[in-house]
Design a binder for this molecule. Structure first.
Ligand SMILES: *[C@@H]1O[C@H](CO)[C@@H](O)[C@H](O)[C@H]1NC(C)=O
Ligand SMILES: *[C@@H]1O[C@H](CO)[C@@H](O)[C@H](O)[C@H]1NC(C)=O
Length: 204
């Protein structure tokens, strides 16, 4: 009986979403408003690309926010397979850990290319602004010399913590992957040995 109620509720819940597939990020009252998706993507960008703003982090993220990025772990591990953080683990577990880690990190400027708001998530593509480069390129910055591109998916939940706050939904989980190879090159961790090789791309 209990199982039946649960599955009936699940079907109802699914039905509510399925009935309005075209309204993802739009008119269905159970979905995140489109503008909120765009605003949360922008907030997440600002938390990394601008001087750190703890108030914004508290507004935009749930207390149990979790961040996954093997690209970041690869950098933390210096590309070593026996590094301190196992690939696939959370990069940050909890908003407090994110605030602690990110507030000590210099801003990494990047631009959002396109935002894809959905019902309970928002994805975006981004590209870095090539900068002075890291130590291997004579710079001290965290802007790699080469352009870096990445993709971020943010899972979101309705804001039940402070509903009258800045956002009516909050970020629960972030999945972020990007070209950390360009960064490892920039830091001098990886040194390519065959850069003058002719391209192997061929249409023949
Ligand atoms: C930090 O974020 C809060 C909430 O979005 C905002 O009101 C405030 O102006 C921001 N501070 C700075 C220095 O941008
Ligand atoms: C460099 O790349 C070329 C072209 O792919 C290849 O033929 C050559 O063996 C490579 N040399 C080394 C040292 O890896």
């Amino acid at each position: 009986m209990r199982g039946l109620i649960v599955s009936t509720l699940s079907l109802l819940a699914l039905g509510g979403v399925e009935a309005h597939p075209q309204s993802y990020g739009g008119s269905s009252s159970s979905c995140m408003p489109y503008d909120t998706g765009v605003a949360l993507a922008t907030a997440f960008r600002d938390l990394i690309a601008l001087p750190f703003n703890q108030t914004l982090a508290k507004h935009a993220m749930t207390p149990t926010f979790t961040d996954y990025s093997d690209s970041v772990i690869e950098l933390i591990n210096n590309g070593c397979p026996n590094g301190p953080i196992a690939l696939g683990s959370p990069t940050f577990s909890g908003r407090t850990a994110f605030i602690k880690g990110q507030s000590g990190q210099a801003p990494i400027p990047f631009t959002i290319q396109k935002t894809y708001p959905a019902c309970d998530s928002v994805a975006f593509t981004w590209v870095s602004q090539p900068g002075p480069g890291g130590p291997a390129n004579g710079g001290k910055g965290v802007q790699p010399e080469q352009q870096v591109s990445g993709i971020i998916i943010l899972e979101t939940v309705p804001n039940t913590w402070n509903p009258s706050g800045e956002f009516d939904w909050k970020i629960q989980t972030a999945y972020s992957e990007f070209n950390s190879g360009a960064w490892l090159y920039d830091l001098g961790v990886f040194v390519p040995t065959n850069c003058s090789a002719p391209t192997t791309n061929s249409t023949s």
